[in-house]
Write a protein that binds this ligand. Structure first.
Ligand code: DC
Length: 217
């Protein structure tokens, strides 16, 4: 049986770093599911289509290929903004749900497990995952991290604007009707506000090791 680690949480809470490091530690496959929504959004922007155009968005989701997921522009702010709109579309979510479930059932390379991070992994995509983490942090701290990250990439970033955009996206993610951002009943909440990347990983590792062990008894 494939071991699934589901990691959800708001943007810039540190879930990507925790997820990547867990996958590396256990030799599991890793899927950043936000990339799927970003890739759909990027394709629409490139085609000068409206991110709210459901038909165009669903077509883009259905024909998504590995080349679209490797696009370095996916981290850009305008793509993130459009991705939050695309992610509200039921049809897009249905197409991407299929892809994500296939990844979880058959991790690439025959890996014995999968770590997936997103907003609805523990609640919708993999509700039976044996290990569910909800990684969060105070909005002010998330905005501070995102501002630094953007500046390191050479993008202009004003803290107050980054915070405002994060809060708008949080609201969009939490209030949408299909698969909103929510803490699964059986998720372990990891608040990284006061933790650096190593401490966050260490805490997540303790939790996943315990969940793996309980699965074996
Ligand atoms: O985690 P991220 O910033 O790359 O996500 C981009 C957008 O996609 C964000 O608005 C949340 C949305 N998303 C989602 O709705 N469900 C997921 N499983 C992953 C991301």
């Amino acid at each position: 049986m494939v071991m699934i680690v589901a990691i959800d949480g708001p943007g810039a809470a540190g879930k990507g770093t925790v997820a990547r490091r867990l996958a590396e530690h256990f030799g599991y496959a890793y899927l950043d599911t936000g990339k799927l929504y970003r890739a759909v959004a990027k394709r629409l922007l490139a085609a000068h289509a409206d991110p709210g155009d459901a038909q165009a968005a669903e077509d883009a989701a259905r024909t998504l290929g590995p080349e679209h997921l490797a696009d370095p522009d996916l981290r850009r702010e305008e793509v993130a903004r459009a991705a939050a709109i695309v992610a509200q579309d039921k049809g897009v979510r249905a197409v991407l749900l299929d892809f994500q479930r296939r990844f979880a059932a058959h991790p690439p390379g025959g890996a014995p497990g999968a770590v997936m991070d997103g907003r609805d992994i523990g609640t919708v995509v993999c509700p039976d995952a044996p290990a569910k983490l909800f990684v969060t942090a105070a909005a002010a701290e998330r905005a501070r991290r995102r501002t630094l990250e953007l500046r390191e990439r050479g993008e202009e970033a004003i803290y107050a604007r980054v915070l405002e955009e994060l809060e708008v996206r949080d609201r969009r993610d939490s209030e949408r009707t299909t698969a909103p951002l929510a803490i699964a009943k059986d998720a372990h909440v990891l608040d990284t506000t006061e933790l650096d990347a190593d401490a966050a990983f260490a805490a997540a590792l303790v939790f996943v090791v315990a969940r793996r062990a309980s699965r074996l008894v």
